[in-house]
Design a protein around this ligand. Structure first.
Ligand code: FDA
Length: 318
């Protein structure tokens, strides 16, 4: 097995270790790498990044970082950050319908609280969706580890009764996702299809790159043939090309689906797609709880991991 195949699970395990979090977040050398993937600590920082992206013809979705909240006050604090963000995003509107979106992690809104977590997260998400509708901003619910999928999709079903444009994320690495795509590919449904970023057991998730890529293609084919709005969230050149082929085969025009990529990753490819009239939305994370998100980005790419590991060597922290 290649070294990256061994390191990836280790990095994903580290992404959930409070001890590693304390170490990594204190290191001065981490900051430069974090800045590549995270648009700053505050709402004004996020809005600055948003304006630059909108001016380049890209659409945006903004995420206030944080996950696995076990404290109700912290969950409420997350809601209030989203309300502030939405009031600022209203002012960034380019007039292009659908260009602005926020992404929510239900675990940051209280889903993992021991008492009534599911109901609390649903109520908090409802509050944010109400403010977003008022500001003309779309909302998509992120996908987290597989233990949360049933709860998350049930909340999405409930909220879509009041907010039909609510989007959700499906992860191609999960064995269940083909069936979820069939359920969620109906009229008006906005589905962001990604490979999946968490460490999952073989009982629920494909483990090899080839299996995950094949599942992505199978799921994408279902979404493209459906009546919803596919959001093709990947940086993978083969899948980007396949999406174009499926779109042509199913008669979808540029406005009938979109590509999505993460802030700081494949910027030139994002611009190239825009120059070919494709819709591209960039996921812009901000906030000071960047640790879990950052470690998942490192785990995705051997070069990122190598750079980070070199910075851990004694004497490298200047
Ligand atoms: P893959 O990992 O194979 O990468 C393909 C190529 O892209 C690489 O060869 C490299 O060139 C480039 N690349 C990818 N990652 C990079 C990185 N970190 N640094 C530098 N280059 C990189 N996951 C999840 O579980 N739940 C979610 O809600 C979301 N949400 C989400 C939204 C959006 C808009 C995107 C684009 C992705 C997500 N993800 C996610 C993450 C997703 O599951 C996946 O982990 C990453 O997108 C990486 O997978 P790729 O499809 O890009 O392929």
């Amino acid at each position: 097995m290649a070294i990256s195949g061994l390191l990836r699970p280790a990095m994903l395990a580290a992404s959930r270790s409070p001890r590693m979090e304390r170490t990594v977040t204190r290191m001065s050398t981490t900051k430069k790498l974090v800045d590549r993937f995270v648009a700053g600590a505050s709402e004004p920082n996020a809005v600055t990044a948003v304006e630059t992206l909108l001016n380049s013809g890209r659409y945006i979705t903004v995420d206030y970082l944080g996950e696995d909240t076990t404290d109700i006050e912290q969950a409420r604090n997350t809601v209030s950050h989203y309300l502030t963000l939405l009031s600022l995003l209203r002012g960034s509107d380019t007039g292009s319908v659908g260009s602005l979106e926020v992404s929510l992690k239900l675990s940051a809104l209280g889903q993992s609280l021991p008492m009534d977590g599911h109901a609390i997260a649903r109520e908090h998400a409802h509050q944010i969706c109400t403010a977003a509708a008022d500001a003309g901003v779309l909302v998509t619910i992120d996908a987290e580890d597989h233990t949360t999928t049933d709860s998350t999709l049930s909340i999405v079903r409930d909220l879509r009764a009041d907010f039909p444009s609510l989007g959700t994320v499906l992860q191609a690495y999960l064995r269940r996702t083909e069936a979820d795509c069939r359920e969620f590919c109906g009229p008006g449904s906005r589905i962001r299809l990604c490979k999946g970023a968490y460490r999952e057991p073989a009982s629920v998730a494909y483990q090899s790159r080839a299996e995950v890529d094949q599942s992505y293609l199978d799921c994408l084919r279902i979404l493209m043939n459906g009546d919803g709005y596919p959001m093709v969230a990947t940086h993978d050149p083969a899948l980007i090309e396949a999406a174009g082929v499926f779109a042509t085969a199913t008669g979808r025009k540029s406005a009938d689906f979109e590509f999505q990529m993460l802030y700081g990753i494949r910027d030139a490819e994002q611009r190239r797609l825009v120059s070919t009239e494709r819709h591209v939305r960039v996921y812009v994370p901000y906030g000071d709880q960047w640790y879990g998100y950052f470690m998942r980005r490192l785990a995705e790419r051997p070069a990122n991991m190598a750079f980070f590991l070199r910075s851990l060597r004694p004497g490298s922290q200047r």
